[in-house]
Write a protein that binds this ligand. Structure first.
Ligand code: ATP
Ligand code: RIB
Length: 291
């Protein structure tokens, strides 16, 4: 099967700082650099590195063909990434503290200029039983869900960043919901959790405390692997991509979760978002060394 990811593409600029500054405070960075990110792009990278088949639908500025080339070289089908002349590529300013925690500011740019007709063209290449994967960094998610449902696709939603008014209209259509523990609390307090279908899977990640999958009365919980995190930016995206690729490849749920957890542990051990996502072979080696 295959995964269509209608998702964001950002250029991330990282500033490494001793700690996240307080309001009104100025801090000197110890280093800074730029690399590709965006929850959508990171998740497509993770799916491809996990060995999954992924088509990415999104948009970048017309001058940024090198971004599309990098994604394509990573094994992502980018025929449905639009090049827009009137919009900048999305950007993110990422502050990374010395304990690995981060703070992110987004500028949506082209990520909020997706056209329903382009998404429809991408959906028309998919088959019943394929997955549509969404995050909350692009426009047109409701249209994407309607088109995918009509094509018999399953819906996976990484409900981040969590904005109740964006997530509520989608939640009843979701087969797989992926949230971190803060987003899960936001989901519950907004009342949106009640709209989740009884057959839907909810995958809740809890940073260094691991992750759990809930479906009906079943819960599968796994611990995180013990590593020294240097930068957790994109940890959730790595988990999402490996987990979704795993279940799309019909890997049993506990094994798909363990592989996703190993991939995320490797990813937080390096700086950057997409550039830190390991390959499936690296995950195999890590797991062989961790029992
Ligand atoms: P982000 O927004 O930074 O991409 P997130 O908040 O969506 O991440 P988390 O719940 O923090 O997601 O982390 C996702 C998964 O990554 C965890 O379930 C765990 O498997 C792994 N992970 C995160 N932090 C650590 C850590 N310090 N050590 C080991 N594994 C970690
Ligand atoms: O989840 C991490 C991502 O969030 C970063 O790559 C940044 O671009 C923001 O979208």
């Amino acid at each position: 099967m295959a995964i269509l990811n209608v998702g964001s593409i950002n250029v991330d600029t990282f500033y490494r700082v001793p700690r996240i500054p307080q309001p009104g405070e100025t801090l000197a960075a110890t280093s800074h650099d730029s690399s590709l990110g965006g929850k959508g792009l990171n998740q497509s990278f993770a799916i491809a590195r996990a060995g999954g088949t992924v088509l990415h639908a999104g948009a970048v500025n017309g001058q940024d063909g090198d971004i599309i080339a990098t994604m394509t070289n990573a094994g992502i089908d980018c025929r449905h990434v639009a090049r827009l002349d009137d919009c900048p590529t999305g950007t993110a300013l990422v502050l990374v503290a010395s304990d690995g925690e981060n703070s992110i500011v987004l500028s949506h740019g082209a990520n909020h200029a997706l056209k329903e007709a382009d998404i429809a063209r991408a959906v028309s290449e998919m088959h019943a039983g394929d997955w549509l994967l969404l995050q909350n960094e692009t426009n047109a998610n409701q249209s994407a869900v309607a088109l995918a449902k009509a094509a018999g696709m399953k819906i996976a939603l990484a409900a981040a960043p969590f904005v109740a008014s964006d997530i509520l209209p989608l939640i009843g259509e979701v087969d797989l919901l992926l949230v971190n523990e803060i987003e899960f609390e936001q989901l519950v307090s907004s009342g949106a959790e009640a709209s989740l279908s009884k057959d839907a899977m909810a995958l809740i990640t809890r940073g260094s405390d691991g992750a759990e999958m809930r479906r009906r009365n079943e819960t599968i919980a796994i611990p995180a692997f013990r590593v020294e995190p240097v930068d957790t930016t994109g940890a959730g995206d790595t988990f999402t991509g490996f987990f979704l690729a795993g279940i799309d490849q019909k890997i049993a749920l506990p094994e798909a979760m363990t592989r996703a957890s190993a991939a995320a542990a490797l990813q937080v051990s390096k700086h950057g978002a997409s550039v830190a996502i390991p390959t499936s072979a690296e995950v195999d080696i890590f797991l062989a060394g961790h029992g």
